[in-house]
Design a protein around this ligand. Structure first.
Ligand SMILES: Nc1ncnc2c1ncn2[C@@H]1O[C@H](COP(=O)(O)OP(=O)(O)OP(=O)(O)O)[C@@H](O)[C@H]1O
Ligand SMILES: Nc1nc2c(c(=O)[nH]1)N=C(CO)CN2
Length: 163
């Protein structure tokens, strides 16, 4: 079994359309998908708000590298152009965790190093898995509780948007 947690983000063009493209491309392996969250940008703050979501996928035939490739394939389908680090993008697919795998290969860091610090990942993930754990860092709920309140307040569920 290889169960992965993927985070999805978009802040350019048809944001919901790009998230749907990703979820539709994962439909055959999809275990759960969160709601859609409108989120204030972190990293580079002078850019449009993001839509973020998290999904859990499962495929015994895929290892962690295959999940990275799948995410990159979806980004290509969204015609993502790589420009500025942390800058605007049509679609970002990050591999958050794959089972308990730990990797310090810069091409695939696992768990994704930003996970514990990003309310934009932790809030949607906890919605679909309240017991979520970040390998080596502890419970996602505890990591979220440790973040500054403004980080949590910047993540708002868009009940009108469905994936
Ligand atoms: N867990 C991971 N998930 C996705 N990409 C990863 C992961 N670990 C390392 N990478 C590498 O990161 C690069 C992609 O970086 P990208 O441009 O998406 O970064 P970013 O989204 O701007 O920043 P961040 O990774 O902090 O969210 C790829 O070359 C990929 O190999
Ligand atoms: N709110 C929010 N901000 C971001 C995001 C993101 O997904 N959501 N992704 C970034 C680059 O990975 C940079 N900043």
């Amino acid at each position: 079994m290889s169960r992965a947690v993927l985070s999805l983000g978009s802040n350019l063009g048809d944001r919901l359309g790009y998230l749907r493209l990703a979820v539709d491309g994962l439909r055959d392996v999809l275990v759960a998908v969160s709601g859609v969250y409108e989120t204030a940008p972190w990293g580079v703050e002078d850019q449009p708000d993001f839509l973020n979501a998290v999904c859990v996928v499962d495929d015994p035939a895929r290892d962690h590298w295959a999940w990275l490739r799948k995410g990159q394939e979806l980004e290509r389908q969204a015609e993502r152009v790589r420009e500025q680090r942390w800058g605007p993008r049509t679609l970002d697919v990050d591999v958050v965790t794959v089972d308990g795998v730990r990797s310090d290969d810069p091409e695939l860091l696992l768990p994704h190093p930003g996970t514990g610090d990003r309310a934009t990942v932790l809030i949607p993930w906890l919605e679909i898995d309240p017991e979520a754990e970040v390998p080596g860092r502890g419970r996602a709920a505890d990591l979220l509780a440790a973040l500054p309140e403004p980080d949590r307040a910047g993540v708002r569920l868009r009940e009108d948007l469905i994936l």
